[in-house]
Design a protein around this ligand. Structure first.
Ligand code: NAD
Ligand code: UDP
Ligand code: UDP
Length: 343
């Protein structure tokens, strides 16, 4: 069924008219804030594939038009350069709220802006969801657990967060965003969904965004030493982006508010990650130790029992399977560009 026919059917429903047979399946209008970013652009691909109309709102701080170029000629796709800190009026059925820099290097760059994005940006998008009766999904983060004293982290754990540190603009910003979402839900009947996302990697990550997987992959491809911060014994759990997108969509479509941890429970030390990257890309890559950043969490690993049970979701792509897919994309972008620059 074409979009026009469905649109016609929707108009009939709104006008109290009879719905023509076979046209009951309503295609959705979906707003994706931060849709030009790494995760957002993969989510947009899936929504468009499903037949939805998608509006992306992005200020291009860390996002890129190139991530969405393949949709530009699709009439079901729209993109607006807009900062979510400012109000905006749009009519949609669902809001996936992703707008916020995710890499520590980016979110520390202008910490006050990061807080504004998380607090005022989330408030505006909740206000929009309330006005139009849309369902609202917040992409929160495992950082709400801070430097966790419980391992692995369960959703009921309240976290161990420094409120005045250099990461606080992001951690506390996201914690406030969760609070806002729950208050709009409890007090104003907005249908909300909260995802706590653990470290995610894949194609379209910014090449030099300072996150560990993108750093190691770019360094190994350029035959530079892999920079391990601290003693390299801190741990993270790395999720491939397609698994995350599947989890976000199940959460949005399901009946549960959350919060839900969405992450891959496979846990690696940074030294182990460096070894996997060496093996995948360049076995002779050297490892160089650097001073670690302030307040770096010592370990992180999701307990995903809740998502397994209530969303029927679990990751299917291991680090060893996912990494090569990201490497292909990075290789093309790094060497494609370098060729362009030198030619
Ligand atoms: P990203 O930086 O690639 O994408 C964020 C997008 O938001 C970018 O396109 C950026 O331009 C846009 N943006 C930032 N501030 C904005 C503003 N004020 N107004 C409008 N647009 C704005 O990051 P990502 O990895 O795709 O992360 C997406 C979301 O998922 C973020 O909310 C992040 O906090 C969350 N998350 C990601 C991870 C991860 O490992 N990737 C982990 C936990 C949480
Ligand atoms: N808002 C928005 N788009 C909308 C509706 C609201 O950006 O479609 C903003 C609005 O400007 C306000 C915020 O969302 O800053 C919260 O809106 P709400 O109606 O919940 O609160 P109020 O405006 O009453 O403070
Ligand atoms: N890290 C590293 N080398 C790098 C970049 C990061 O060893 O080039 C470490 C960092 O100190 C942290 C972990 O990798 O312990 C994950 O960092 P990232 O910035 O990817 O995400 P975080 O989980 O800290 O938000």
């Amino acid at each position: 069924i074409t979009y026009e026919l469905v649109d016609e059917a929707n108009r009939n429903i709104n006008a109290g008219g009879k719905v023509p047979l076979g046209l009951k399946k309503k295609k959705l209008r979906v707003l994706v804030t931060g849709g030009a970013g790494f995760v957002g652009s993969h989510l947009v691909d899936r929504l468009i594939e499903r037949g939805d109309s998608v509006i992306v709102v992005d200020n291009f701080f860390t996002g890129r038009k190139e991530n969405l170029l393949h949709h530009f000629r699709n009439p079901k796709f729209e993109m607006a350069r807009h900062d979510v800190v400012e109000p905006i009026l749009l009519e949609v059925d669902q809001v996936y709220h992703l707008a916020c820099p995710a890499s520590p290097v980016h979110y520390k760059f202008n910490p006050v802006k990061t807080i504004k994005t998380n607090v005022m940006g989330t408030l505006n998008m909740l206000g929009l969801a309330k006005r139009v009766g849309a369902r609202f999904l917040l992409t929160s983060t495992s950082e709400v657990y801070g430097d966790p004293l419980q391992h692995p982290q369960v959703e009921t754990y309240w976290g161990n967060v420094n409120p005045i540190g250099v990461r606080s603009c992001y951690d506390e910003g996201k914690r406030t965003a969760e609070t806002l979402a729950m208050d709009y839900h409890r007090g104003l009947n907005v249908e909300v969904r909260i995802a706590r996302i653990f470290n995610t990697y894949g194609p379209r990550m910014c090449i030099d965004d300072g996150r560990v997987v993108s750093n190691f992959v770019a360094q190994a491809l350029r035959k530079q030493p892999l920079t391990v911060y601290g003693d390299g014994k801190q741990t993270r759990s790395f999720q491939y982006v397609s698994d995350l997108v599947e989890g976000l969509m199940r959460l949005m479509e399901g009946d549960h508010v959350g919060p839900f941890n969405l992450g891959n429970p496979g846990e690696f030390t940074m030294l182990e990650l460096a070894k996997v990257v060496q093996k995948t890309i360049y076995p002779n890559a050297k490892i160089e130790f650097r001073a670690n950043t302030e307040d770096d969490p010592h370990k992180r690993k999701p307990d995903i029992s809740k998502a397994k049970q209530l969303l029927g979701w679990e990751p299917t792509v291991s680090l060893r399977q996912g990494l090569p897919r990201m490497v292909d994309d990075f290789r093309q972008r790094i060497f494609g560009n370098e060729k362009l620059n030198s030619g």
